[in-house]
Design a protein around this ligand. Structure first.
Ligand code: ZN
Length: 329
């Protein structure tokens, strides 16, 4: 086995990371790379042609070097300027784009959240600036979209989970002392979170109470997902009526074990998403060629839930890449 190249570190397959610091630094080494990324993401996928609002058609844009801090691309036909940072959280900021991108990376890669004091120390800015940057990243990039998910034939995956950690043995003992036996996941009173993920990018999740009530789950699903969507759930019997209502095309993930539910991908995705196996609706478990999360479906439209998630649920379920995509305000 050849020795690893220390100048080109590669993310280990066993790593829980979905997007390492090395990958981030390689992709966004300086302000120029960040600005070009914004330009391509927001206006011009090919980096050259973009829609000119003044000409009202697609035009070729060129970058002219100026001494201005606010860099822009210029329409070669009419001279209209497009500023990639206009209308985003980066507009009129005195901090470099690399700082903003790094804060987004920190927020999206941390499991426990980031303190403004840490940002202050890492960026060398004052506390007020650090707080403001964090506040804008959290409140403006992480807002949940209340629009319903799916649509005719659009695959949406849904599941619920108990939030609050496993029941510890000491807690079991305390419950047994009170005469409360083992009731499975409901043994310990914990809030139940229901989430639905649209393959393609959006997620909706909310706390639905302190117990897993099947009717509540189905009602929440109907609230989150448009009729005629293709809904994927696990094999919990609470979702059985979905098959007969005719509101959705209902498909099931046959889970090899209780610990690998869709919720594992939605709310605890870091390890699950980089698992070495992929689940199929037919109940087979096939080896995954890459470490990516790609639950497949019978219609062949499988896509990774985590890879398509744009909202941060907890921990590092959102790659920095996706957080940066959300910057398109
Ligand atoms: Zn123009």
């Amino acid at each position: 086995m050849p020795p690893a190249n220390r100048h080109n570190p590669v993310r280990a397959k066993s790593s829980q990371s979905l997007y390492s610091l090395h990958e981030f630094l390689r992709e966004f080494p300086d302000d120029e790379a960040c600005l070009t990324w914004l330009w391509r993401e927001r206006h011009s996928p090919d980096g050259e042609n973009a829609y000119c609002p003044k000409c009202e058609t697609e035009r070729r844009f060129k970058r002219y070097r100026t001494k201005q801090q606010r860099q822009s691309w210029t329409c070669t036909a009419c001279g209209h300027h497009i500023h990639p940072t206009a209308g985003t959280i980066f507009a009129k900021s005195s901090r470099p784009l690399t700082d903003w991108f790094y804060v987004m990376y920190l927020v999206s890669s941390s499991r426990c959240g980031i303190a403004a004091k840490q940002v202050e120390r890492e960026l060398g800015c004052n506390y007020k600036t650090a707080w403001r940057m964090l506040n804008r990243v959290r409140n403006e990039l992480m807002q949940q979209d209340d629009a319903p998910l799916g649509g005719e034939g659009v695959p949406v995956e849904a599941d619920e989970m108990f939030h609050g950690g496993r029941t510890r043995e000491s807690e079991r003992r305390a419950l047994r002392a009170q005469g409360i036996g083992n009731r499975g996941p409901a043994t310990k009173p914990r809030p139940v979170v229901f989430g639905a993920v649209e393959r393609g990018g959006r997620i909706r999740a909310s706390v639905v109470g302190m117990s897993r009530n099947a009717q509540t789950m189905r009602d929440t699903l109907c609230e989150f997902v448009l009729p005629k969507s293709m809904v994927f759930t696990d094999d919990w019997c609470g979702y059985d009526p979905l098959t007969n209502t005719g509101r959705y095309t209902h498909r099931r993930f046959a889970t090899p074990s209780a610990s690998t539910s869709v919720a594992t991908y939605i709310l605890r995705p870091s390890k699950a998403s980089s698992g070495t196996s992929r689940r199929t609706c037919a109940g087979r478990t096939t080896p995954s060629p890459s470490g990516s999360s790609t639950p497949t479906s019978t219609n062949g439209s499988g896509s990774g839930i985590v890879a398509t998630t744009t909202k941060r649920c907890s921990g590092n379920c959102l790659t920095a890449q996706r957080a940066l995509t959300s910057a398109r305000l």
